[in-house]
Design a binder for this molecule. Structure first.
Ligand SMILES: CC(=O)SCCNC(=O)CCNC(=O)[C@H](O)C(C)(C)COP(=O)(O)OP(=O)(O)OC[C@H]1O[C@@H](n2cnc3c(N)ncnc32)[C@H](O)[C@@H]1OP(=O)(O)O
Ligand SMILES: O=C([O-])CC(=O)C(=O)O
Length: 370
């Protein structure tokens, strides 16, 4: 039997037409479109259509899909009845895991895995996720959520609902591009989790719950929140020393390193620029991030990943730090759901093997002899 590859590094676990990475060149493509061509040009709604429905939409398609997304901006009775108690007891990613699970009971397509049902659920989940985050945040803050504005995009409406103020057009544009940049990323851990679940012919909500639980960890989506906490915990004069000390102590610096990219993550290029642009009157976190980047590269040769500059960008946009990973899930919902659709369309159970390393030939002893 073959030795397992720890962490399944370089193991091809699925075929996909959704996204592709060239880790050496630092390039990312969604259905053949370079991320550099999409970011800042395609809206998140167009990107979600590309992933879930296969093409960049024409005007009529975008109108129809956009209408579906706006109609999906509502929460069912079970979710609405429980959001306050969940907000009291659970942290944001735990809460989202619970709320998405409850949302399946409110969904008219429930556990159907028919292709049309999957498409409808993909749109509804994409529309609901920002609202779930906003409702959660409002419930724990003891405030109401501003009404959804159908004239606003997913990005603009989310910023409006979470910060309580209408974002400037440029802020909405930047946040929209952030959602585009985070939408899909080949066989990352949360997408893999979703596909494993979907491959048992389980339903889309179950697969998404698995994905949310997987995104939550600090080695994956949870890193963006940790980056902000690191920036907030260091004095601006002590960046280089703190980073060197942490590395010398064998600690990982959150927001750096990547399983696939051996050079700069192309998403980080955009996020760095956005962070600089938004840093205006509060340059501290952008400057500290730049310095951290330089020291980590000098000391360890590691590049920032998508989570690194996303942290200061979200901070500058007024998003509370513990909602950074939920924001990631708002975007990645478009990719996860597209992967579930793809998995259901051409399925085989995902069931790898394992290498047994435990005891053998144990002799049974009755309980009193153990
Ligand atoms: C959206 C995303 O999921 S992007 C990733 C978000 N996660 C993070 O930012 C957390 C920090 N980064 C990491 O933990 C890793 O780089 C991962 C999880 C992203 C990739 O992990 P792997 O491919 O398994 O690499 P692994 O953790 O084995 O690291 C390889 C080597 O680089 C070092 N390394 C990797 N990342 C870092 C880091 N951020 N800080 C310090 N050292 C690091 C490891 O210590 C290891 O060194 P060693 O060979 O001397 O033991
Ligand atoms: O691909 C990965 O392993 C992690 C990542 O960058 C992502 O999910 O966006």
């Amino acid at each position: 039997m073959d030795k397992p590859t720890k962490g399944l590094a370089d193991v091809v676990a699925a075929s996909t037409a959704l996204s592709d990475i060239d880790g050496k060149a630092g390039r990312l493509f969604y259905r053949g479109y370079d991320i550099h061509d999409l970011a800042g040009r395609a809206t998140f709604e167009e990107t979600a259509h590309l992933l879930q429905r296969g093409t960049l939409p024409n005007r009529a398609e975008l109108q129809a899909y956009g209408d579906e997304l706006v109609a999906g901006r509502e929460l069912g009775p079970l979710v609405s009845a429980n959001v306050a108690e969940i907000a009291e007891k659970q942290k944001p990613m735990e809460a989202l895991r619970s709320l998405v699970s409850l949302a399946s009971a409110d969904d008219p397509d429930r556990d159907s895995i028919e292709p049309e049902a999957d498409l409808r659920k993909a749109a509804r989940l994409t529309a609901q996720q920002p609202l779930l985050v906003a409702r959660y945040h409002a419930a724990r803050s003891g405030k109401g959520v501003p009404e959804s504005d159908p004239a606003l995009s997913i990005a603009g409406n989310f910023l409006h609902q979470v910060t309580g103020r209408t974002p400037s057009p440029r802020e909405a544009e930047i946040f929209d591009a952030c959602l585009v940049l985070h939408a899909d990323h080949t066989m990352n851990a949360s997408t893999f989790a979703a596909r494993v679940c979907a491959a048992t012919l389980s339903d889309m909500h179950s697969a998404i719950v698995a994905a949310i639980g997987t995104l939550k960890g600090p080695l994956h989506g949870g890193a963006n929140e940790q980056v902000m906490k690191t920036l907030e915990s260091i004095s601006p004069d002590g960046v280089a020393q703190t980073v060197r000390d942490k590395l010398a102590a064998g600690e990982k610096i959150m927001g750096f390193g990547h399983r696939v990219y051996k050079t700069e993550d192309p998403r980080a290029t955009h996020l760095r620029r956005m962070s600089e642009e938004l840093s205006g009157d509060e340059p501290k976190f952008y400057r500290m991030s730049k310095e951290m980047e330089e020291v980590v590269f000098e000391t360890k040769g590691l590049y920032p990943n998508v989570d690194f500059y996303a942290a200061s960008v979200y901070h500058y946009l007024g998003i509370p730090t513990d909602l950074f990973t939920p924001v990631f899930s708002i975007s990645r919902m478009s990719g996860w759901t597209a992967h579930v659709i793809e998995q259901h369309a051409d399925n085989r159970l995902i069931r790898p093997d394992s290498e047994y390393i435990g005891e053998r030939d144990q002799k049974w002893k009755p309980i009193d002899e153990r």
